[in-house]
Design a protein around this ligand. Structure first.
Ligand SMILES: [Ca+2]
Length: 252
């Protein structure tokens, strides 16, 4: 049988309906199987005149949804420190610095050379009054002249070699053992001379012997000599006069 045009249209309509149903079924199946993803578009508002970029928020993770962590507050510090430091400084510094600078230029002492010479006198009184009593080291004995009061009396000390004559001392009769000879038995002046080896005077001095007893005399020729001559004038007694000791000192 030949289909009529009316039947043909009917069949076309039915076929279209069936096709549509098939497509709908297929589409439903795809949606159920998860083959499609649902996209969520973020809404972006663009203000007129401006620009904006959109960054999708990262997917939420489990950590982001973890409950808040409970933090234990720190404990109070109860540390007790007991440090008693006792430092005793008992430093005693005693500085007893004594600096003694006694710079003394000590010259050697003079040397008594009286015994190195021999003595002679222009005259002598009888008894224990000769010239050696003027160099015996005893102030209680004396040499005494035997002469007129207006004459000069001499006593000579002579060595056999030259000496650096540092000092010459003359000791009076003040300590004589005979108290009657201690006064009024001296002289008024004495000339002290130092002679060299040839007998020439190289040093001399006149010393006054005022008073009675006579004063002790010290002269310091500080010269080299060999002989010493003492010349006394102004005898206090009419017939005699003298002195106790002659000391000759040489430089050390
Ligand atoms: Ca004497």
């Amino acid at each position: 049988m030949t289909p009529s045009p009316g039947n043909i249209n009917t069949w076309r309509w039915v076929a279209g309906v069936v096709a549509a149903m098939v497509l709908l079924g297929a589409a439903y199946t795809m949606g159920r199987s998860g083959g499609g993803e649902t996209e969520t578009s973020a809404t972006t508002s663009v203000v007129a005149g401006g620009s904006a970029s959109t960054t999708s928020a990262p997917p939420t993770t489990a950590a982001d949804t973890a409950p808040p962590t409970t933090t234990t507050p720190p404990e109070a510090c109860t540390t007790t420190t007991s440090e008693v430091t006792t430092t005793t400084f008992a430093t005693t510094t005693t500085e007893a610095t004594t600096t003694t600078q006694a710079t003394t230029t000590t010259q050697p002492p003079d040397v008594d050379i009286t015994a190195s010479g021999s003595v002679t006198a222009s005259s002598r009184r009888c008894g224990n009054w000769d010239a050696r009593f003027a160099v015996d080291g005893d102030a209680t004995t004396s040499w005494a002249s035997y002469s007129n009061s207006d004459a000069a009396s001499t006593l000579r000390w002579a060595a056999v070699a030259d000496y650096p004559i540092a000092a010459i001392e003359i000791v009076s009769n003040a300590a004589h053992y005979d108290s009657g000879f201690r006064t009024a038995h001296g002289f008024e002046t004495v000339l002290v001379q130092v002679l060299d080896g040839s007998g020439v005077s190289v040093w001399e001095a006149v010393v006054g012997l005022e008073g009675s007893p006579d004063p002790d005399v010290t002269v310091e020729p500080d010269i080299v000599g060999r002989t010493i001559v003492l010349t006394f004038t102004g005898q206090e007694n009419s017939s005699t006069g003298g002195f106790a000791e002659l000391r000759v000192l040489a430089a050390g």
